[in-house]
Design a protein around this ligand. Structure first.
Ligand SMILES: Cc1cc2nc3c(=O)[nH]c(=O)nc-3n(C[C@H](O)[C@H](O)[C@H](O)COP(=O)(O)O)c2cc1C
Length: 305
């Protein structure tokens, strides 16, 4: 009893550190039948692009050992429809609303950040930088410190709300990218997005995904995500939001101990839409059983005992 589980990220006060992950919770409508969304620390929306996208043709997902591969292709309603049709219901929920944006040019990100930041009821912008930069031959924005910093700087310049670049794990040095976006003015970073993977059907001898490659997520990626969160949190001063394979309170605790100030849950909520309630309860029980009064006491506490 009396345990404080509030956290602060980039000036945002969250009622608890458990958030939804982009692309795994839509705009919140479906899950509203399963639990009170006001219990969430925050909702991170599906990536919003300047124009509506239908995404890749099926098959878009494939099961893997302890995880899944997806090649959804950023299916979403587009910027204008998001603001008119989706945002009103999101802002009515008593939780932080973080809008994830994705583009294929620097100008796309600028326009998205400008419009989203001007729309009432958005608390922060998460930038999906795992997208191909058409001006640089399709290389992901998140693949180099320079282009990751450029996107961040442009979004910061036009945005009145906190900007949180979401880092890609498909790089040789994620710490260098984190430092570059911190220098470019990021208010926090989130990590990790999915790891590139594929899967082949041996009977048809074809790739299981229409796009051939997809993003690997779920419990299979947790150790990779945790190591990256620890390395980044030890190297930057801005807050870190951790995600990748979290499906229990003890997983969340591991990420907090590694230095994350909050966590997101993605793949695990497909099988258990109200998992967030359970993870909040399990996190609170952990704090109580270990005589902590405040969740912030465990952030980055690994190795300090
Ligand atoms: C079906 C699916 C769709 C996703 N869509 C997005 C997206 O639109 N934007 C984004 O930044 N990340 C997207 N992600 C990545 C997740 O937000 C998250 O970074 C990743 O899945 C790792 O977390 P998890 O293991 O808890 O799912 C998606 C993941 C899945 C499984």
């Amino acid at each position: 009893m009396g345990i404080d589980i509030q956290v602060k990220i980039a000036g945002l006060k969250l009622k608890n550190p458990i958030l939804t992950a982009s692309g795994c919770f839509g705009y919140g409508e479906e899950a509203a039948d399963f639990f009170d969304l006001g219990k969430l620390g925050g909702i991170v929306t599906k990536s919003i692009t300047p124009l509506p996208r239908t995404g890749h043709p099926p098959p878009k997902v494939a099961e893997t050992s302890s995880g899944m591969l997806n090649a959804i292709g950023l299916t979403n309603v587009g910027l204008d429809k998001f603001i008119t049709d989706k945002l009103p219901q999101l802002r009515a929920i008593d939780t932080a609303v973080i809008v994830n944006i994705a583009g294929t040019t620097i100008d796309d990100y600028k326009r998205l950040a400008e419009k989203i930041s001007a729309a009432a009821g958005v608390d922060a912008i998460e930038i999906n930088i795992s997208c191909p930069n058409v001006d640089r031959g399709g290389l992901e924005f998140g693949a180099s410190p320079e282009s990751a910093a450029k996107v961040t700087e442009v979004c910061k310049r036009v945005s009145r709300i906190p900007v949180i670049p979401k880092l890609s794990p498909n790089v040789s040095d994620i710490v260098a990218i984190a430092k570059a976006v911190e220098d470019a003015g990021a208010d926090a970073v989130s990590l990790i997005n999915t790891l590139v993977g594929t899967s082949i059907d041996i009977d048809t001898r074809k790739f299981k995904l229409s796009n051939r490659f997809g993003g690997l997520s779920g419990p299979a990626i947790k150790p990779v995500a945790l190591a990256m969160v620890y390395k980044v949190a030890s190297s930057v001063k801005i807050p870190v939001v951790g995600l990748g394979g979290i499906s229990s309170g003890s997983d969340a605790v591991e990420f907090l101990l590694a230095g994350a100030s909050a966590v997101q849950i993605g793949t695990a909520c497909f099988a258990e839409p109200n998992i967030f309630e359970r993870v909040i309860d399990e996190l609170t029980a952990y704090l109580q059983n270990n005589n902590y009064k405040n969740v912030t006491e465990i952030i980055g506490a690994v190795g300090k005992n």
